[in-house]
Design a protein around this ligand. Sequence first.
Ligand SMILES: Nc1ncnc2c1ncn2[C@@H]1O[C@H](COP(=O)(O)OP(=O)(O)OP(=O)(O)O)[C@@H](O)[C@H]1O
Length: 747
Amino acid sequence: MPKIAALHGISNIYSKHKPPGHATPRKRAHKREHAWVDVSDDDLEVKSSKKLSSKGTNKSDHGPRKKARLSAPPGPSFKESLHQQRKQLPIYSGKDAVVDMIRENDVTVLIGETGSGKTTQVPQYLLEAGLSGSGMIAITQPRKVAATSLASRVASEQSTSVGSLVGYSVRFDEACSSDTRIKYVTDGMLVRELLGDPLLSRYSVVIVDEAHERTLRTDLLLANLKTLLRTRNAPTSAVREGAKGKGKGKGKERASEKLNPLKVVIMSATLEAEKFSKFFGGAQVVYVKGRQHPVTIYHTKTSQPDYVDAAFRTFFQIHTDRPSGDVLIFLPGQEDIESLEKSIQLYANQLPKDASGVLVCPMYAALPPSQQTKIFSPTPAGMRKCILATNIAETSITIPGVKYVIDTGKCKEKRYLAKHTGTGFDTLLTRDITQSSAVQRAGRAGREGKGFCFRLYTEEAFNALPITAEPEILRCTLTSSVLQLRCLSQNLEELDLMDTPEESSIAFALIALVLLGALDNRRSLTPLGRKMAAFPLEPPLARALLAAPELGCTSEVLAIVSVLSSSSSLFVNSHDARDAAADARRKFRHPSGDHLTILNVVRAYEDVAGAESKAGRRDWCRKMFLNERCLAEAVNIRAQLRDVCERQQIDWRVGVGDSQGAESAILRAMVQGLVQNTAFLQPDGSYKQVMGHTILKIHPSSSLVDKKVPAIIYDELVYTTHIYARGVSAIPRNFIAEVPLLKQRTR
Ligand SMILES: Nc1ncnc2c1ncn2[C@@H]1O[C@H](COP(=O)(O)OP(=O)(O)OP(=O)(O)O)[C@@H](O)[C@H]1O
């Protein structure tokens, strides 16, 4: 790659002894990073120190790899190449041992380094060994993008297309068929499946991957799997006795007899196996040693408070000094990504003509899935791809071409802020990552060959990081989970969980559900609560939707709720064309605020979609500063919600149109759902929550930002310099009083 003549202001921030331009000797890297060990002959060992035989070694140099083309129909050489790649993974030498261990035990904890082949290979080994019997193998992932991209990879390895033998299921998207035997699912989707199938009877094996992340859904799943193992794997006579004892008779007896016994595999890359093993009554632990390719780690000499600037400088040092290979930069959130994207693009445009070009690809949860998958496309010749990602790219995924990782050491973490508000709300806070995250991030560099990871923090800072994150169940809102569990006749407070949440956060969830009418005053599930749980929506949105039929506005509320459930934002902000964007937005603005403004956008989009080609639609969205992907995703979500409505015998076609009273019907329905998100105007112009003590302001992005109205509803609170309400509509105070439990407070 041609050198860049002058890099003004870009100075080396790494240790003098280990500048990025000089590879650290491998041994040294091993000493500094205990995780990076060579693959030894004894690839696999059991915790009881009983060594399992390992066949073959993994030391061959297999040269450059072919890039996997997602969902591409595999040709013969591609197929052979994949076959070779599979054989060279560290886990391959212990294949039989892993399968035997899982065959012999109900629960196995499998610990292996990033890139050893756990996630892609274990399900295939189990399928080939017949362990799935007539059922399916589920592999859970904390994130959608990992589930979908893994399904593509494993489908290619099985020479098939996604949705046949290998499929996936994530919220609002599924690719499965009756042929599917290996299914990558988000942990939330599997918890949701419990509602319709409490025995998870379609599955013979459930693999909980990245268990160390301890997402709320993973914890709920682990608790349920523990119970399920007792039900499904009990000797037939015991089940029969149990069933008789409960007076359920023959039905249950037959159902359990027919099912395959359940196998549970807990997988993680961290060495904290003990807790999982203990939780499952001393389950066997298997360690898969070795990673396929070494990753050399660098730390900075001093801390880098301006991590965005440090990432910028490190990127251009790599771009100037290092051989080809794509770069993956981990940043905490969308704002940092957008700011770095601009700086890199600006600087790259000034590079000499003979320098390699830079292709910047952002990657964060709010980007629509179609755009997220762009990072997997091959890098054009003569370019270096620079992926700017949040921690959604941290685990399980392989981004072909990535050789360098830059880790800012920061992430955003969802946290429940109860003390500020009285009712509590989840907000995203920037914080330092954990050692496990740092190891995972570095692991993204050594997937196809040897890699390099530049940590924008000192080695001392790394050593001071906590090993793993605080489990999500201890720091997030539990409303949706409590509702789902009630549908399974379970109480969160009585569940056998790895960590028990604070009583106060369970109490907040119960209050929210009582207010929504999902639980009655004795905290029992109501028929309305059961209906709400059937929708793949947050409880407040499900409640708004279920309030709509009585008010005759199902079609309108469905449209609004679909946009609110989309993963990206509706309006595009443009720093360069701020006035034009504001003018465009004004065209859709509804005087009552953001919810009916959304409806105006959806209606206009439908008109355009009916009259224009795909290109015309895109052009219109661009001119109107609307995110077409959000609208397209919302259309897809709405179709799925309509299906649920039909199953619930709700006529989704019923709407108020432009009739008199349309606005009040729609807002009344929204208030029923957003009952906890209501606030009254204060004499000083701020707003105070009706439920709780929080003083809040209207977010600058809201169409009501400059207005003073007596009462508002809002979609969410965000905490930056103040507590802001986002997605706001003005409502008459008496709408709040219509919610039975609020009557007294509003008098
Ligand atoms: N989409 C892909 N394209 C190219 N190679 C891939 C892809 N997915 C997996 N691989 C290859 O398979 C290897 C093993 O991936 P796998 O996800 O099974 O590892 P793992 O042990 O589960 O690690 P992690 O926990 O980091 O995901 C990768 O290092 C990479 O070489």
